[in-house]
Design a binder for this molecule. Structure first.
Ligand code: ASP
Length: 295
């Protein structure tokens, strides 16, 4: 089984959603899809998560209204082009209404409640689109998927009970569906409140789901694997075909933006493979992270 995670650039537009769905459905081993929030469509664009952070901090209703409209417009562009009715996702609630309800509801934890909603919307769109294509797909919120988080220092991290909980929640669902679509980047705390992981945390969600289900993990991004130098800056750079977990961790900790460092150890602990692949060029080999330095 494979857990396939799509990053923000791989879900920024309807075209990217279509491509991600084509990748997902090309191999029936891909049973779990983890979605990030849509990223930038063009260089001056703003990531949905950044807009949500602004909204969470906004004290000014006029500014909040504009932010809600901007977030909704980005998703509307995607859903309209994919031919999905907003009524078919989020229990029929409009995105701006959901944002407004969430802002009111979580006055104390407004920031935590809001900032991972981009992932919730993304995963809802993906699930609705896969259903439209005729697949048995289901949106499963991170809480329903069994992801439990707790605070260590200033940040929320995965709680180890998540492994058993995810197994218990997802195995029965996997019997009834081809694909489960799960938002990345957050979990529920012991009180049941939505709490975000640190930035880039959808990788961590994917790694823990993989560990819980004994599945290999795919990270679909906008570069063809792990590079020693940034291929967007040095176009002649070549990806590393194979890395050990230790090498991957070292590179992630040194700022290789391709993977969140906390995504390495759950996979390493179970010797599960991690594939870093380019959703813009799925035919490229990408990089494999695994237990042996020279397979
Ligand atoms: N959307 C979140 C971020 O921008 C989380 C993620 O993409 O993994 O950090």
């Amino acid at each position: 089984m494979l857990v396939a995670k799509f990053g923000g650039t791989s879900l920024a537009t309807a075209t990217r959603f279509r491509q991600a769905a084509a990748i997902l459905t090309a191999d029936s081993n891909r049973r779990i899809c983890v979605c990030s929030a849509p990223g930038k469509r063009f260089p001056q664009d703003r990531k949905i998560t950044d807009l949500l952070i602004d909204l969470a901090y906004s004290q000014d209703e006029e500014k909040s209204l504009l932010l809600r409209q901007e977030i909704e417009a980005h998703f509307q562009e995607i859903t309209e082009e994919l031919g999905i009715r907003q009524a078919d996702m989020l229990h029929g609630q409009r995105i701006s209404e959901r944002l407004k309800a969430e802002e009111k509801d979580l006055s104390v934890d407004r920031y935590d409640g809001l900032i991972a909603l981009g992932e919730v919307f993304s995963a809802s769109v993906m699930a609705a689109y896969l259903c439209k294509l005729g697949y048995r797909a289901k949106f499963v919120g991170a809480g329903q998927a069994g992801i439990l988080v707790h605070k260590i220092g200033d940040h929320y991290h995965m709680h180890e009970d998540s492994l058993n909980r995810v197994r218990d929640q997802l195995w029965p669902l996997l019997e009834g569906y081809d694909l489960l679509v799960i938002p990345g980047f957050y979990g529920r705390d012991f009180e049941g409140k939505r709490r975000p992981l640190s930035r880039g945390g959808s990788d961590v969600t994917a790694a823990w789901l993989s560990a819980a289900l004994q599945a290999d993990c795919e990270i679909w991004t906008d570069v063809s694997g792990v590079f020693v130098t940034d291929p967007r800056v040095h176009p002649a750079a070549q990806p590393l075909p194979y890395l050990s977990y230790g090498q991957m961790l070292e590179m992630a900790e040194q700022g290789a933006s391709v993977l969140h460092p906390e995504a390495v150890w759950p996979l390493q602990a179970q010797e599960l493979k991690l594939y870093v692949k380019n959703s813009f060029h799925p035919e490229d080999k990408g990089s494999v992270v695994g237990p042996n330095l020279h397979p």
